[in-house]
Design a protein around this ligand. Structure first.
Ligand SMILES: Cc1ncc(COP(=O)(O)O)c(C=O)c1O
Length: 368
């Protein structure tokens, strides 16, 4: 059996250091808002290239607090429109709708599976106040054109960096420092994954960092004084300690992912019926996932399962077709819908072995 991603092995790769870190927290008697959080926030801000990092409970909250923070700061107002890719994971959209803002869905480019920057400007109205790009599948979605649109129309640029820790732009900056603020998820399967839920906001804006920190701590800046109606949304000390260990190996893990991807590209390019996204230079894609498109996707998935190969679909139902967003169910996003019916994510991660990648590739060739 080749699992999609074997988390047990991912943790085992750094088992001694992770156990030491967890034991250190247990023995310290200090479990929230302590030195481990402070250290991880410093290290992650340095890694990403921002002045500030605020640890929060998960990736959805990270994005949620960014939008809420800008509402509190008067930079956004209820009803403002936020441009967002139509094929993103639902969390990106929820962070917008939960705050009384309006997501404006824009189609991805079928060649990259990222937001199609040539489609953005025609969706900009008087109410548009932000673009939220999503570095989906681990691939840099930022473009110079998007930056220029933000400048021209005075828009906030927010990054959903849940899937792309360590990814770089063509000029070498890391995703997560490219706009006004970024939300990160440390869900266990992410490139930088915790042993449970975790998330963070990175930004260069001291006011936003301060407001987000308060919001995620009941709305409190000082003990028992509540400036906002916030929630309990903190990163705990054990997760922060684990993340500090794993951050040290993130680049190495991403380099392994790049090697796996190179093999897939070598083996699967030009196979009839299988489409691979356009390839970017390695640094600009940290291959959180390795998506392929196939018209006979469901058949292919079953065939691979029969060979003992586990695959996952990201994502079978796009946000506008979900029951929770009934008002959008009639809308048509052909590219997004095509991806939803054709996408299949192959096994990928920091521990998958070369012979497994070759076995998977051979199985796909046999199917094709
Ligand atoms: C693109 C994207 N945004 C946001 C999230 C939300 O992160 P979390 O699961 O930590 O809440 C995820 C991951 O689950 C994601 O893939």
């Amino acid at each position: 059996m080749i699992p999609f991603l074997e988390l047990k092995q991912v943790t085992a790769a750094h088992s001694r250091e992770i156990h030491e870190a967890v034991r250190r927290v247990i023995d310290s008697g200090w479990y929230l808002q302590g030195e481990e959080n402070a250290r991880f926030e410093r290290d992650f801000a340095d890694y990403i290239g921002t002045k500030y990092c605020v640890g929060v409970a998960n990736g959805l909250d990270a994005l949620h607090w960014i939008f809420r923070g800008y509402l509190e700061m008067g930079r956004l107002a209820p009803g403002d429109e936020v441009i967002v890719p139509a094929n993103t994971f639902i969390a990106t959209i929820l962070a917008i709708t939960e705050n009384g803002l309006k997501p404006v869905l824009v189609e991805p480019d079928l060649r990259t599976l990222e937001i199609d920057d040539s489609q953005i400007e025609r969706h900009i109205t008087e109410r548009t106040k932000a673009i939220c790009i999503v570095h989906l599948y681990g691939r840099c979605a930022y473009t110079e054109r998007i930056r220029q649109l933000c400048v021209k129309h005075h828009l906030l640029l927010i990054e959903d960096n849940a899937q792309a820790h360590g990814c770089r732009t063509p000029d070498g900056r890391r995703t997560g420092c490219l706009g006004d603020a970024a939300g990160h998820s440390f869900y266990p399967g992410k490139n930088l994954g915790a042993l449970g839920d975790g998330g963070a906001v990175t930004t260069d804006d001291p006011e936003l960092a301060d407001v987000v920190r308060s919001l995620a701590n009941y709305g409190s800046g000082r003990k028992y004084e509540f400036r906002y109606c916030g929630r309990n949304s903190r990163l705990d000390e054990i997760q922060a300690a684990v993340l500090s260990v794993k951050l040290r190996y993130l680049d190495e893990d991403n380099a392994h992912r790049a090697k796996v991807a190179a093999r897939y590209y070598e083996q699967l390019s030009g196979i009839p019926g299988i489409t691979l996204p356009d390839r970017l230079p390695d640094a600009q894609n940290v291959y959180h996932l390795f998506p392929i498109l196939c018209e006979r996707r469901d058949e292919l998935q079953l065939f691979l399962k029969g060979k003992g190969i586990q695959t996952v679909i990201h994502y079978p139902i796009p946000p506008h077709r979900q029951e929770c967003f009934q008002a959008w169910n009639h809308l048509s996003f052909p590219v997004t819908e095509k991806i939803a019916t054709q996408e299949l994510s192959l096994p990928m991660g920091p521990v998958i072995r070369e012979e497994e990648v070759l076995f998977i590739s051979e199985a796909i060739k046999e199917f094709a």
